[in-house]
Write a protein that binds this ligand. Structure first.
Ligand code: ZN
Length: 431
């Protein structure tokens, strides 16, 4: 709110407040929050005092509030470094105003269609924003053909990151769920040497030659993965480094690589970045762990089909039987159009790829989920619908197997307090 009023009075205020601050802006569809947390931890490990919009207020008003709160009365920022998570739509104005030293673009997926229009519009917002910051180093996901295209028209220096062939599952061919199956330049269908997830992978256009760039920072091997994290080999230029990533699932390996590449692009050593990968904690619905039920409870925010598929893919990699809680809301911050659930691969739940004990469905659109899972082939005797979060919490606490909660954004805001309260009110994950 203070930021919103301040912007009305003085639209150029963020630019004044950000003067003299070395800023890393992080934008993109998925992974902004996790990547921001890792980058912030890395800067701290390097001995740098930095500010960040941790509260997740990632619109220009929230960013302005955060900067203002760290300024002296004369408007000089007390901190010399900042990690700023920026909403894709806000990037258009924010990047020019902030004049960041580096901009990390994590990926571009279809997301909240009713709010942003299509993914190309999002890409345009980011491109227009960066046009006003020609001195910023771009840190781009080389595996995302949409993100990579930013480098086609912008003169900025670019650092590329991604997953090299050795880290990808040996399932070459076509992506299963693609938001970008055709070349952004000439509309020819891409050929993939390998796919990591969604439309990410080693793409190339057979007609015009637009293709994945060689990476400066890459994951070259995933040595081990479990419910708590991953052990990977990371190539930093020509150096091979062993890294532990303190969150599970493939999409967090991307977040780790992006954050690492950003911190290196800002001129910091690899050591503090590696330390951050192994120790960072994210919380707030990003694989957030609660000590409830015999097998523990994890909360994994889902916002779009690509992100949802990644969570389902992670679940299918686990050995134990599991109980799922899916909470689907259709408020403005979730996206009022919930048709995306038909694009997500819930069929994996029926195929016993995920060892599903039971699925409890909730949120304002619980019955849409019921229908979706029924069509996916999940037996109806495994499905329950509830609107009572108190009772749901009791049930989770009594579960004999691990519980995985997948809420949309506002469902996370509504349900998380029940879990916290049941855990005694202490947020031990963030602790
Ligand atoms: Zn082409």
């Amino acid at each position: 709110m203070p930021g919103r009023w301040a912007l009305k009075l003085c639209p150029e205020l963020p630019s004044a407040l950000a003067r003299g601050v070395n800023i890393l802006v992080i934008t993109g569809t998925n992974g902004k929050t996790t990547s921001s947390h890792i980058a912030e931890e890395a800067l701290k490990a390097a001995g740098v005092d930095c500010l960040s919009n941790r509260s997740g207020a990632n619109l220009l008003s929230g960013i302005t509030t955060e900067l203002a709160m760290n300024c002296t009365l004369t408007g000089v920022c007390r901190k010399k470094w900042a990690v700023i998570e920026c909403d894709e739509a806000a990037a258009r104005r924010a990047i020019g105003l902030l004049q960041p030293r580096a901009v990390l673009v994590t990926n571009l997926f279809r997301d909240q269609l009713d709010r942003y229009g299509e993914v190309m519009h999002t890409l345009e917002n980011i491109r227009e924003g960066i046009k006003n910051a020609p001195d910023a180093t771009l840190v781009l996901n080389a595996d995302c053909s949409l993100t990579s295209s930013l480098a086609l028209e912008l003169p900025n220096r670019v650092r590329w990151y991604g997953m090299d062939a050795g880290a990808a599952a040996p399932s070459a061919g076509k992506p299963q769920l693609s938001d970008a199956s055709r070349c952004i330049r000439c509309k020819t269908e891409y050929v993939y040497d390998y796919v990591t997830y969604g439309h990410l992978g080693a793409f190339r256009c057979p007609r015009c030659g637009y293709s994945r760039q060689r990476t400066d920072v890459a994951i070259t091997a995933i040595r081990a993965q479990d419910a708590d994290g991953s052990e990977v080999t990371l190539r930093d230029g020509d150096d091979l480094l062993e890294a532990r990533i303190n969150l599970p699932a493939t999409y967090n390996i991307y977040n780790a690589a992006g954050a690492f590449a950003s911190v290196r692009a800002l001129g910091f050593d690899a050591a503090p970045a590696l330390q951050a990968l192994g120790s960072f904690r994210c919380g707030f619905g990003r694989m957030e762990k609660f000590d409830l039920g015999a097998g523990g409870t994890r909360v994994m925010l889902v916002k779009n089909p690509a992100g949802c598929d990644q969570v389902l893919h992670f679940l299918s990699s686990l050995q134990d039987r599991a109980e799922l809680v899916l909470l689907l809301n259709d408020r403005a911050a979730d996206g009022t159009d919930v048709s995306w659930i038909w694009d997500a691969d819930f069929e994996t739940l029926a195929e016993e790829a995920v060892k599903l004990e039971r699925a409890v469905l909730g949120g304002t659109r619980a019955w849409d989920l019921y229908l979706r899972l029924k069509y996916a082939g999940v037996p109806e005797d495994k499905l329950d619908v509830t609107r009572d979060y108190e009772a749901l919490t009791e049930r989770i606490a009594a579960a004999r197997v691990p519980v995985y909660v997948m809420p949309t954004y506002t469902a996370l805001l509504e349900f998380r307090p029940y879990l916290l309260k049941k855990c005694g009110g202490t947020d031990f994950w963030e602790g």
